[in-house]
Design a protein around this ligand. Structure first.
Ligand code: ADP
Ligand code: MG
Length: 291
């Protein structure tokens, strides 16, 4: 690529909210075959809201009081949704201690002398909590694209809470356009399989990988690259840093943590997939002019 054409492309990109790090990133992006996208905050708004509270053997407001006490210690978007939802439902403010975040699984701690665990099926399995009939309810909620989380008190299942995260208005059109530009779209998420599939169905995603850890997302990038494919990864969180760094082109969503954006070849200021469509068109046009 000539310095001039790259400069022109960079200027056009910047006007459209697409920041390109260097000529190599643009050249590589023109050749990308597969785009891996994080679900939460990339395909969806990343601002979940509480939809369901299903206690077992207590009032909903009591369950939410315990949930909120614990989640006030967490910075996860899910935690924010649960605290806000609890306050709307009249939960009392209580303190927690021994707070611990279990990456990709949930949180644990103590509230009023009781051990509390809140998170996915993997967390409950780690703690040998029998979720019984709640598992069926969780799967039903996941089938609606919701994220369901189990609550355990002193090792016993005490209920279920679920949140939903709206798909961004711009996502469906962007996916169609990216398909037209010849890209295969792969979703990688830490969320449950059933939730991921429900969202993917609405969006014509080609391939779904659910329950994936941050390292797992990086491994997926490596695996596809090992198959001779050129891979771009788009994500918004600290969680996605290993995958962004491993990809031929890392695409940081501007709304995310600085660490994610740092390892990105392309940064989208507005943080929606429409920016990826613009970046790809720009990359292709620039490479055409040079050849
Ligand atoms: P994603 O890839 O969608 O950003 P994460 O790896 O952050 O997902 O989380 C995976 C799963 O772990 C969540 O879907 C949720 O079930 C559970 N989880 C993580 N953090 C929390 C939390 N603070 N409270 C409750 N559940 C959590
Ligand atoms: Mg995420």
């Amino acid at each position: 690529a000539t310095p001039m054409s790259i400069m022109v492309a960079s200027g056009r990109g910047a006007n459209a909210g697409v920041l390109i790090r260097d000529a190599e990133a643009l050249e590589r992006f023109a050749k990308v075959d597969v785009l891996i996208v994080d679900k939460t905050g990339t395909l969806t708004e990343g601002k979940p809201t509480l939809t369901d509270v299903e206690p077992e053997g207590m009032e909903a407001v009591e369950l939410m009081t315990v949930v909120a006490a614990l989640e006030r210690g967490s910075e996860h978007p899910l935690a924010e949704a649960l605290v806000a939802g609890a306050e709307e439902r009249g939960a009392t403010r209580k303190e927690s201690s021994d707070f611990e975040a279990v990456t990709g699984k949930g949180v644990t701690g103590t509230v009023e002398g009781r051990k509390v665990a809140l998170g996915n099926a993997a967390l409950m399995a780690d703690l040998s909590v029998d979720t019984g009939a709640l598992s069926d309810r969780a799967r039903a909620l996941q089938g609606e694209g919701k994220t369901a989380m189990f609550v355990a008190l002193d090792g016993q299942a005490a209920g279920l809470v679920a949140v939903t995260d709206r798909i961004k208005d711009t996502t469906p059109d962007a996916i169609r356009a990216l398909h037209d530009l010849g890209l295969r779209i792969v979703m990688a998420t830490g969320d449950a399989e059933a939730t991921a599939r429900a969202v993917a169905r609405e969006l014509d995603i080609d391939e779904v990988h659910a329950g994936v850890s941050p390292e797992g997302k990086g491994d997926l990038v490596q695996k596809l690259r090992g198959e001779g494919l050129s891979v771009a990864m788009a994500g918004d969180g600290v969680n996605d840093a290993p995958a962004l760094a491993a990809a031929d082109v890392g695409i940081g969503m501007g709304t995310g943590a600085d660490v994610a954006v740092e390892s990105a070849g392309i940064t989208l200021v507005k943080g929606d997939l429409g920016g990826i469509v613009r970046a790809r068109r720009l990359a292709e046009a620039t490479m055409r002019n040079i050849r």
